[in-house]
Design a protein around this ligand. Structure first.
Ligand code: S3P
Length: 431
């Protein structure tokens, strides 16, 4: 993978489109694979993680045609029509592919071995194995928690009531997918509402689901998912890097078009606004049951903030970026209750702390978050080499830090941004 060299930017003024939403693309491919006919997904995210899902479902018998680099045509197998694959299935770097697919395979009479890359092989899976086993799937995993995982599905799953200790959309979605094939009503409770794209897509597809605050329930033995067409909005997580850069650079402004502004995803934008950022939404609309808007952002003076545990889920993927932004705010920023960051594609509390410290940032690592001193000039002595740890969100957060940093920086394996945002570096260079 290539290293990328970066120097400080002066100002940016642009109108851009960022990558399509990763979470929504994964789910659209999955629901289409379970449908009873021909589906179209427009503006799908053609990134590495989403190809992991596409390949996995092709190996489970779904016919998926990439009509253009923006459109997929998918011929579904039906809710319990997945085929026995001939080989083990590779989820690559993608936790969403792995955890959600486990929930789907659980209700199909097939036996599958799942593997992934080095990072995914270290991430905890007991959180999905436990509820799915209770529902009747036969699952074994290394140390009952890690890849490789072998799962044997069961056409007669039992419904459960599951009280999750963590706010995780991946666990919730796995249980809801399995719940579609279970007898009776499956109820899922979570401490704070995590991203709700699965529930919204289920509503859009007339799957019998009910939502009340942090409790979601689904009536099982769903007969059919009718063929559908959907257009994926752009990803608020991908937009966040350009929002942060515009806020931090002087005399800058940016319009970012067609972004998903689902409230379970825009915690970072809301926190930036609280910190003093000039950000506004225009052209609000609902597309395929997801709120979408254009986002306008300008250079801003920021003050520090305290992030509490209940605010974490709506900005979980943006917290490394918030650490970058907080180095430039007035005062001390505290992030608490974010221990989940330790089990993402890298241990993001550790990795962002180490790398920002190389640029002179004053950050203290905490077991469940970070304390970040503001008003710190980021600089390097000579050529600083930063490590992305092959984690796309760390690579892109470091790109934002580098854009305001005196001196020349090399980000190692920076191309890992293509896990979620294949055009990131082209866009970064073009503005
Ligand atoms: C995702 C959910 C989040 C997030 C990940 C994508 C999803 O993970 O960090 O990038 O698409 O459901 P958790 O649900 O494990 O918190």
């Amino acid at each position: 993978m290539a290293d990328i060299k970066i120097t400080k930017k002066s100002k940016i003024n642009a109108e851009i489109n960022v990558a399509a939403d990763k979470s929504i693309t994964h789910r659209a491919v999955m629901f289409a694979s379970l449908s009873s006919g021909e589906c179209i997904i427009n503006n799908f995210l053609n990134s590495k993680d989403c190809y992991s899902t596409i390949e996995l479902f092709k190996n489970l018998g779904t016919k998926i045609i990439e009509e253009t680099n923006k459109t997929l045509r998918i011929f579904g197998c039906g809710l319990q029509g997945l085929k026995q694959p001939k080989k083990e299935l590779d989820c690559g770097n993608s936790g969403t592919t792995l955890r959600l697919s486990l929930g789907i395979i659980a209700g199909n009479e097939i036996k599958v071995k799942l593997i992934g890359d080095e990072s995914l092989s270290k991430r905890p899976m007991a959180r999905v194995i436990e509820p799915l086993s209770l529902m009747g799937a036969n699952i074994s995993a290394k140390e009952n928690n890690y890849l490789p995982i072998e799962i044997e599905g069961n056409k007669n799953l039992k419904s459960i009531t599951w009280n999750s200790k963590i706010a995780s959309a991946q666990v919730k979605s796995a249980v809801l997918f399995a719940g579609m094939n279970a007898n009776g009503e499956t109820i899922y409770k979570e401490p704070v509402l995590s991203r709700d794209h699965t529930e919204r897509m289920m509503e859009y597809l007339n799957i019998p689901i009910k939502k009340k605050e942090n409790i979601t329930s689904i009536t099982g033995k769903v007969k059919e998912i009718k063929p559908f067409e959907i257009t994926v909005p752009n990803d608020p997580s991908s937009a966040s890097y350009f929002i942060a850069m515009t806020v931090l650079l002087p005399n800058s402004s940016m319009l970012i078009k067609n972004v998903c502004v689902n409230s379970t995803r825009i915690g970072f934008i809301n926190i930036l606004i609280k910190m003093g950022a000039k950000i506004s939404f225009s052209n609000p609309r609902i597309l395929y049951n997801e709120p979408v808007a254009d986002i306008f952002v300008e250079s801003s003076k920021l003050k520090s903030i305290k992030i509490k545990a209940e605010e974490v889920p709506s900005m979980i993927d943006e917290l490394p970026l918030l650490a970058v932004v907080a180095t430039q705010a007035d005062g001390v920023t505290e992030i608490k209750g974010a221990q989940e960051l330790r089990v993402k594609e890298s241990d993001r509390i550790k990795t962002i702390t180490i790398e920002l410290q190389k640029l002179g940032a004053k950050i203290i690592e905490q077991p469940d978050g970070m304390i970040i001193m503001g008003n710190t000039k980021l600089k390097t002595i000579g050529n600083e080499i930063l490590n992305s740890y092959n984690d796309h969100r760390i690579a892109m957060s470091l790109a934002v830090a580098s854009s305001i940093c005196d001196g020349e920086i090399i980000i190692k394996n920076a191309e890992c941004a293509d896990i979620s945002f294949p055009e990131f570096w082209n866009l970064y260079r073009s503005i």
